[in-house]
Design a protein around this ligand. Structure first.
Ligand SMILES: NC(=O)c1ccc[n+]([C@@H]2O[C@H](COP(=O)([O-])OP(=O)(O)OC[C@H]3O[C@@H](n4cnc5c(N)ncnc54)[C@H](O)[C@@H]3O)[C@@H](O)[C@H]2O)c1
Ligand SMILES: N[C@@H](CCC=O)C(=O)O
Length: 543
């Protein structure tokens, strides 16, 4: 029962700590990394609040140190998917009946726990499990997840306030119901914050959730789950299971109570999910919500008026932070002929200073790619480029997986703007550059717009305002997140709502109100205070 209307003002973004040499946050983080490495974690699934261990233990190794074992997670099968759905459905009635202020408090408390005592733990599990350097972990597993939790509480409270008008004699209201059934959250390896946001944004709206993270993100996912439990999340509201994708799909997408899927990952997997849901549409109680943020082939387009230093730095950071494993990473660049040589020279010089190695040495900018499958795929593209007369490796190109999955930041230069690495998502530290005739900017715009199926992020770098305006207009549908004189990565919750269209997803903008609407199903209620008692209109009542 709520006695009062409570307010949740717009929060400010969580400040990014800088981990400078000698800083208290750096000392604390180093200690926690040591602590995490010393113990071998035994990671259960969490179903209905119970820790479930199956005995099928899968080792978790840091991608940059394959020989080390951080722990093991217990892999589930079909019956655990069913148990997770049952637990979600059982928890549903009491969760959706809980007053908003109590639901909200759980997520706000989780945000505060992460901001304080668990910050180095969520960062530490992200650093070791996903091979993220401290800065990349801090902006993800500390700041972004904290922001998602706090901003979504604010956005949802704003949605709850949205009500229709009422004519005299009646009162209308909108009830912001959760969906009928359970929501499935399927999350990718690359962002701990996305792993946290996908189940919690739906749960916050009163839904109960089955959450399946990528196997390569389980180490940090279970840390987040434990924080939610400590924050008071009731049993069964979010059920964390580790099963393979097809097993998950086989049970969930056949279930009558499947109410929606909140997915982030590759376009191919999302298309498969959509096709399966479509084929099963007659089985469901309600039309399921399908939300998917998917792949990208993100561009940087420089204009002849661009400052070469700005272009080179946008490329160095945009393409190589977190080894290019961001859906937003710059992976194709279009340089105008008047400054192309200067940009290449400056970019190579920057890349040559990038240190590569373990996350425990904070001076390493580059760490390992996520796993062997990704390493092998990336190496193949690089080896093919080495052999291909149409491509030239400008810098990098060496790969070594003996100790960890290390791939040097690599720049490929091509003369064919439709060369394979200009079109396909590689998801690693590989950038392809094409030089266009600086007098043919409009042609370059068309090329950017038509080269890839994706439309996630992109940047225009120019000092000429007319060129910026032209690019903003002509590339309207080429990116859901468009940047001017900046790299195409690093969206901040509340500042740059995130998502793309075309093959990059349903563009439901994580970290904004738009996303939350997808987990709500409004009911309109009209109450008439003085109801009529005669069916006849006045004109029928002639005397
Ligand atoms: N647009 C965005 O906001 C965004 C953000 C992050 C990552 N991504 C994309 O994610 C991809 C990288 O992440 P990834 O390698 O973890 O992606 P992925 O598609 O391989 O896996 C994503 C999730 O789907 C699961 N999965 C795989 N096959 C499945 C199936 N048949 N049925 C159900 N679930 C299945 C995986 O186990 C994982 O949990 C890239 O394509 C990247 O662009 C997009
Ligand atoms: N939101 C992140 C990307 C998430 C995808 O991997 C960014 O803007 O860089």
């Amino acid at each position: 029962m709520s006695i009062g209307t409570f307010s949740y003002p717009l929060p400010v973004n969580e400040p990014v700590l800088n981990y400078a040499p000698g800083s208290p946050e750096k000392l604390r983080q180093k200690k926690v990394l040591e602590e995490l490495k010393k113990k071998e974690a035994d990671i259960p699934m969490y179903i209905g609040g119970r820790a479930v261990r199956t005995g099928i233990r899968i080792a978790i190794n840091p991608p940059h140190e394959r020989a080390h074992v951080l722990g093991y997670f217990h892999q589930g099968d079909k019956k655990h998917v069913q148990q997770a759905i049952d637990a979600a459905l059982k928890a549903k009635a009491s969760w959706e009946a809980m007053s908003w202020e109590n639901r909200a408090a759980i997520f706000l408390k989780a945000a505060d726990l992460i901001a304080t005592k668990y910050r180095p733990y969520l960062n530490g599990t992200t650093m070791l499990g996903q091979s993220k350097n401290i800065y990349q972990a801090e902006i993800d597993s500390a700041c972004e997840i904290i922001d998602f939790l706090r901003f979504n509480v604010h956005f949802l409270s704003e949605i709850y306030k949205q009500q229709p008008i009422s004519a005299p004699g009646i009162h209308n209201r909108l009830e912001w119901r959760p969906l009928e059934g359970f929501v499935l959250a399927i999350t990718p390896f690359n962002f701990t914050a996305i792993g946290g946001n996908l189940p919690t944004s739906a749960a916050m709206c009163g839904n109960t959730v089955v959450w399946k993270p990528a196997n390569t993100q389980v180490y940090s996912a279970q840390m987040f789950m434990k924080i939610l439990m400590e924050a008071g999340l009731p049993d069964g509201v979010i059920n964390l299971i580790y099963v393979d994708g097809p097993t998950l799909g086989e049970v969930c997408f056949q279930h009558r109570d499947f109410a929606g899927v909140h997915f982030t990952g590759s376009t191919g997997v999302f298309n498969q999910i959509w096709t399966t849901v479509g084929a099963n549409i007659n089985k469901y109680r309600t039309y399921p919500r399908i939300v998917g943020e998917t792949g990208g082939k993100d561009f940087v387009l420089a204009h002849r008026s661009a400052d070469p230093d700005v272009v080179a730095t946008a490329l160095a950071r945009g393409a190589f932070e977190f080894q290019g494993q961001k859906c937003s990473a710059a992976s194709r660049a279009y340089l105008p002929s008047n400054i192309a040589d200067a940009v290449k020279r400056k970019l190579i010089a920057q890349i040559e200073t990038m240190k590569m190695g373990s996350v425990e040495d904070f001076s390493n900018f580059i760490n390992a790619v996520i796993d062997e499958k990704s390493y092998d795929k990336l190496k193949k593209y690089i080896d093919n480029a080495k052999k291909d007369r149409k491509a030239k490796i400008l810098v990098g190109g060496n790969c070594d997986k003996r100790k960890g999955f290390f791939i040097e930041p690599t720049v490929i230069e091509v003369r064919d703007p439709k060369y394979v690495t200009m079109c396909e998502e590689l998801f690693g530290p590989v950038l392809t550059i094409y030089t266009y005739d600086a007098d043919q900017f409009e042609k370059a715009l068309t090329l950017v717009d038509t080269t890839s199926d994706y439309a996630l992020t992109g940047s225009i770098i120019a000092q000429d305002r007319a060129a910026v305006e032209l690019a903003v207009n002509r590339l309207r549908n080429a990116a859901g997140n468009f940047y001017i004189n900046d790299k195409p990565t690093g969206a901040v919750v509340g500042q740059q709502p995130f998502g793309g269209a075309r093959a990059s997803g349903t563009n439901d903008k994580a970290g904004s109100m738009l996303n939350l609407y997808r987990w709500l199903s409004a009911r309109t209620i009209k109450e008439t205070f003085n109801p009529p008692t005669d069916y006849r209109y006045p004109f029928l009542q002639e005397s």
